[in-house]
Design a protein around this ligand. Structure first.
Ligand SMILES: [Fe+2]
Length: 207
């Protein structure tokens, strides 16, 4: 049975995995982390204008072209989001750039189910995985080609590009993790990653 994309019933796990693996096998270019376009791959782009309140210097953000693309995401979600027990796969490309001295970065999120975890791995570029616990303690892990990162439970995460070329990474996360963007929209992270004399430096956020 090939070519069908109708969702089998989750109760019949064997049928689900068998059918889905045949029907939805994807290909990725590992050099560039790009999934081949397919109906089941969702592609989104986030522009500066869509990242209101994310960057520290609001007046510098307002002065920039809101149409500039900051990052792009491809998400391969072969199960219905929210179903327990599956895994999703995604690729993210963060463009090089800054708002004032703050590096271009993704919006960031906690998982809606806070105990869900995730892997990130870097394919190209230089950047930082910015992590924050629920007490707002914030830290980073350097992202370079080949770095693999485990995001523990109850940790918010975002990716910043500290280099001069696109930062490309892949991610794998549970199908029932969900995304809580609102918590970040309201309170942000505990620190911002700024370019200080050419080096990335975490600086406590203004509250
Ligand atoms: Fe996540």
């Amino acid at each position: 049975m090939t070519g069908t994309v109708s969702l089998p019933k989750w109760e019949n796990e064997q049928a689900l995995y068998h059918t889905r693996s045949e029907a939805t096998m994807q290909r990725m270019n590992w050099a560039h982390g790009v999934l081949e376009p397919a109906p089941e791959i969702r592609e989104t782009a986030r522009t500066l204008g869509q990242l209101d309140g994310i960057f520290q210097n609001a007046s510098a953000w307002r002065a920039m072209d809101p149409g500039i693309v900051v990052y792009r995401v491809q998400a391969w979600c072969p199960l219905v989001e929210g179903v327990e027990g599956g895994l999703f796969w995604g690729t993210t490309l963060v463009e090089p750039g800054q708002v004032d001295s703050e590096y271009f970065m993704t919006h960031g999120h906690f998982h809606a189910k806070r105990d869900r975890t995730e892997y990130y791995a870097t394919l190209e570029g230089e950047g930082a995985l910015i992590l924050m616990d629920e007490s707002r303690k914030t830290w980073t892990e350097p992202m370079t080609r080949g770095s693999v990162h485990f995001i523990p439970p109850r940790i918010a995460h975002r990716v910043a590009n500290c280099g001069s070329v696109p930062l490309r990474c892949v991610a794998c996360w549970p199908s029932d993790a969900g995304h809580d963007y609102e918590a970040i929209r309201k309170s942000g992270f505990g620190a911002q990653l700024l370019n200080v004399n050419g080096e990335p430096k975490l600086v406590p956020s203004r509250t």
